[in-house]
Design a protein around this ligand. Structure first.
Ligand SMILES: [Zn+2]
Length: 492
């Protein structure tokens, strides 16, 4: 119920923005007041529509959902009326009009490219949405159904097996791993498993708590030390799960950690571990990730207070202190950047940790930030297409090398594009800036080679990849990660 209210609030805010635009002499989508400064009248209107009861834990057991009830506190009814549609654009004008319309109705745009966009919408609002789109996009030929029944898609891909995984420090990592990668894992299970891994390989893994989240959870980094103590500690950093719902990125990073450590006596991994240090933060957003397990599978941001009690959460990938820009949209936006750079606690802790380890001699040669979905390799910069990355030729060569490695592994095609194109497409630049990304921050300040990679798929399952894809995706990402690390060791 609370989530339905959040959506209602978001719609109201969108509608109020829309009304404000109608009465403004110079329409602009960038002038909606920040939450704290919402005029009292508007705030009261919104708050009234929410009533005074606050959140509800009302459980609705649905067809097919009964078996999941004992495994989750999720209110499955929040997806009841929803579907995901793909719109195809024939011109930049159509795409712009689509993005503005989605913004007015505060719709969740899952993915957007030059030619198409995937958007979540309820059946009851479908007509309203069409009404504010250009005529050409109203035609049935302009859009198709990607997920017809979102509720079914969420329920049918939701894990049920976590309670079966009992991990202690006495467990055997190899037999446990076999089970571990058969499904997605909740935060507690992941942390137990990492404890076991660190206990099994204490000589070169250290597990470090690098800070606490707003809800008091640990943010953990896995540091894999090079076996040869050399003066210059070339370090590769991998982050995943910045966006809570992108579970496939988390499982892939955990698999990479496991392979790197357990295969280290074989040729390639052995030589990598001889010469490089690795730092993984596989769950960069522990509060959001937990929320996506317990309350809303499709949650994206962290769970931090925004000063606006009805909409929580800062988008980690807009919070970094490099060309950070304040959102002119409300905190209800999926890409809300916070009120200052590094306000997201996870980002604050991560950057402090990177700085600390730099002073301890680490040199950050490589950075990979894994997300989903769209199968693309994004290279710097994200904040602007006018900013040229240094050494672009080699950066591109490496990006195409990663794509080729994935293609050889699984036949999957990953496109290579500048990150700014992806950002521009995703957010209306009038409302959300493109700055503040982890990619730009790491590339500019620390890492020589840096990419954001959006994993599978291109739009069949979206964020709801069934568990049978966990290993195939993890394997192609691990191979590309090895290629990346090899390149860093031998760039010529
Ligand atoms: Zn993401």
């Amino acid at each position: 119920m609370f989530l339905a209210r959040q959506r209602l609030l978001a719609t109201l805010l969108g509608a109020l923005t829309f009304l404000a635009l109608l009465v403004c002499a110079e329409p602009s989508f960038g002038n909606f007041p920040a939450a704290e400064s919402l005029p009292k009248k508007i705030y009261d209107t919104i708050a009234r529509s929410f009533g005074s009861s606050g959140s509800s834990n009302n459980q609705q057991v649905l067809d097919g959902g009964a078996a999941h009830e004992e495994f989750s506190t999720m209110d499955w009814s929040q997806y009841e009326d929803d579907m995901v549609l793909t719109f195809n654009f024939t011109s930049p004008r159509e795409k712009k009009a689509f993005m503005r319309a989605a913004e007015v109705l505060v719709l969740d745009v899952w993915k957007v490219s030059k030619a198409s966009a995937d958007v979540r919408i309820s059946r009851s609002r479908y007509r309203d949405f069409l009404r504010i789109l250009p005529k050409s996009l109203r035609k049935s030929t302009s859009h198709s159904v990607m997920i017809e029944d979102l509720q079914h898609a969420v329920i049918s891909t939701f894990p049920m097996g976590n309670k079966e995984m009992q991990i202690t420090k006495e467990s055997d990592i190899h037999t446990t791993a076999e089970m571990f990668f058969k499904d997605y894992r909740d935060l507690d299970t992941i942390y137990d498993w990492l404890d076991l891994l660190a206990a099994t390989y204490p000589s070169y893994i250290s597990l470090e708590v690098i800070g606490q989240t707003a809800e008091g959870r640990d943010l953990k980094a896995i540091h894999i030390h090079s076996r040869n103590s050399v003066d210059e500690k070339k370090t590769v950093v991998v982050t995943s799960g910045l966006h809570a719902r992108e579970w496939i990125s988390v499982s892939s990073a955990l698999y990479a950690v496991f392979q790197l450590v357990t295969n280290n006596d074989k040729n390639q991994e052995g030589s990598l571990l001889d010469q490089l240090d690795f730092l993984f933060v596989p769950v960069m957003n522990p509060d959001g990730y937990t929320y996506s397990w317990e309350h809303d599978r499709l949650w994206r941001k962290n769970r931090q207070d925004t000063g606006f009690s009805l909409c929580r959460g800062i988008d980690l990938d807009h919070s970094f202190n490099f060309h950070w820009q304040a959102s002119t949209g409300t905190p209800c936006s999926e890409s809300y950047a916070g009120s200052r750079a590094h306000e997201a606690l996870e980002v604050h802790h991560f950057s402090r940790y990177i700085n600390k380890t730099k002073t301890e001699g680490h040199k950050y040669y490589g950075y990979l930030d894994w997300h989903s979905y769209s199968q693309s390799i994004l290279y710097p910069y994200a904040y602007s297409c006018d900013a040229e990355p240094r050494d672009e030729e080699n950066l591109l060569e490496l990006a195409y090398g990663l794509a080729k490695t994935i293609r050889w592994t699984s036949g999957k095609h990953f496109e290579v594009i500048p990150a700014c194109q992806d950002r521009d497409g995703f957010y209306s630049p009038d409302v959300e800036g493109s700055g503040g990304s982890a990619l730009d921050f790491m590339y500019n300040i620390h890492a020589i080679w840096a990419f954001q990679i959006k994993l599978r798929d291109t739009g069949n399952y979206g964020f709801l990849m069934p568990k049978k894809y966990i290993l195939p995706v993890a394997k192609e990402m691990y191979n590309s990660f090895k290629y990346f690390s090899d390149f860093i060791l031998n760039p010529e």
